[in-house]
Ligand binder design. Structure first.
Ligand code: DX5
Ligand code: ZN
Length: 223
């Protein structure tokens, strides 16, 4: 099994010291920095835009994994790529012309990701997988950090892993929402390869370094 990659989500970071939080995550061995973009339409919450992606770009050499939880993502793909995104993930639920949208992301020269909400049928992946570098399975309902992992996600991860192995073994499977030391091993065993974690890295007690270490140990089954 290839090494598990960790993508701390800055949504849970202290925004008064965002640069330091990102630097701590990088020093702790994070593989990506995950940026949650919300527009108050597709999801109830509003978070950050290209300005914050550009600031994150200046704070780290790690790839920026930008998760667009917005309606009409096509309007903003160019702006996020220009701000320094290395990968852009769009939601299947907002895209009636998904093929065109994925091509639009590809044309920006960034990694192409497709996200699915917890009950969105996986059948969309049968057509989409050949166009993807990343499949993001939401393991909570998108919109907020700090929610509980939805247990039924494990079967979806396993089914996605089977599809991915058959249709595009180069595509990574990322999971997002409620990922912490108590859920990390199960999602990896089911087939996840990239773990997004906000609260488990930046929230609560413990240093970022210690939190990343615990998460990685749990994911690899050493905890
Ligand atoms: C939720 C976001 C997540 C969020 C995860 O809509 O997509 O990336 O930051 O937060 P935790 O890890 O706290 O569940
Ligand atoms: Zn996210």
């Amino acid at each position: 099994m290839s090494a598990i990659r960790l993508a701390p989500s800055i949504l849970a970071a202290d925004f008064t010291r965002l640069g330091e939080a990102i630097a701590e995550a990088e020093a702790a061995g994070a593989d990506f920095i995950h940026v949650d973009v919300m527009d108050g339409h597709f999801v109830p919450n509003i978070t950050m835009g290209p300005v914050v992606v550009a600031a994150a770009r200046r704070a780290t050499k790690l790839p920026l994994d930008v998760h667009l939880m917005i309606e009409q993502p096509g309007r903003y793909i160019e702006a996020f790529a220009a701000a320094g995104a290395d990968g852009i993930t769009v939601h299947a639920e907002v895209a009636p012309h998904l093929h065109r949208l994925l091509q639009q992301v590809r044309e920006q020269g960034v990694h192409v990701g497709l996200a699915l909400n917890p009950l969105t049928p996986l059948t969309v992946l049968e057509g989409a997988l050949p166009y993807l570098d990343l499949t993001l399975l939401m393991t909570v309902n998108p919109g907020f950090g700090g929610q509980s992992f939805i247990p039924a996600s494990l079967e979806r991860i396993a089914a996605t892993r089977t599809l991915r192995d058959r249709l595009n073994p180069d595509c990574a499977i990322e999971v997002d929402g409620g990922i912490a030391p108590d859920t990390a091993f199960a999602v990896c065993r089911a087939g996840a390869q990239v773990l997004v974690a906000g609260s488990a890295v930046f929230g609560g007690a413990g240093s970022v370094r210690e939190n990343v270490r615990k998460l990685r140990a749990a994911a690899e089954g050493d905890a």
